[in-house]
Write a protein that binds this ligand. Structure first.
Ligand SMILES: Nc1ncnc2c1ncn2[C@@H]1O[C@H](COP(=O)(O)OP(=O)(O)OP(=O)(O)O)[C@@H](O)[C@H]1O
Ligand SMILES: [Mg+2]
Length: 153
């Protein structure tokens, strides 16, 4: 478990996730309304060099942010009756060639190859974050990032 005491800590988490996650990784951003899913996505895109607008793709389903390291895909499955429908839209192929794919509101059962980032609001600026993965490579990345965040100065 990681405690983010303010948005700067969330930015720091984004920086460390970018460093730890291999190209083509899929990240599930979970947590209630206002937890900070889009905020974390914005910092991830920023860390990869995208400085444009990052908003929840609630109605558009997917936003693509170009970065020097490759596209960042930002998906929101909130409005899909069946989140697996996103695969019918070609997500697997797109994710494989993207630098990172960030999915808001995805369930781990629908995205078993993803890193799950669960954001729990504690107070106005404080969030608790748990990183989980089934894939051994992502499990190792999750362990490393959690350790780094816990021991940062
Ligand atoms: N430590 C923090 N990390 C992330 N966001 C924070 C933090 N502290 C305060 N905030 C604020 O919390 C809000 C999070 O909103 P955001 O849109 O990112 O949530 P969301 O999880 O994407 O919500 P939704 O489910 O509606 O899409 C922002 O206004 C952000 O500034
Ligand atoms: Mg959002």
């Amino acid at each position: 478990m990681i405690e983010l005491t303010d948005e700067r800590a969330t930015h720091e988490l984004a920086r460390r996730l970018v460093a730890a996650l291999p190209a083509g990784s899929v990240v599930l951003l979970r947590g209630p309304l206002g937890a900070g899913k889009t905020t974390l996505a914005r910092y991830v895109a920023l860390e990869l060099g995208f400085e444009g607008r990052v908003t929840s793709p609630t109605y558009t389903l997917m936003h693509t942010y170009p970065t020097p390291a490759g596209p960042v895909l930002h998906v929101d499955v909130y409005r899909l009756p069946d989140p697996k429908q996103i695969y019918d839209l070609g997500l697997d192929e797109a994710a494989a060639t993207a630098r990172l794919t960030l999915i808001e509101w995805g369930e781990p059962k629908d995205f078993p190859g993803a890193l799950e980032v669960e954001l729990q609001p504690v107070s106005e600026n404080v969030r608790r974050v748990t990183l989980r993965a089934r894939d051994p490579r992502l499990q190792e990345a999750a362990r490393r990032v959690t350790e780094e965040m816990r021991t940062r100065g």
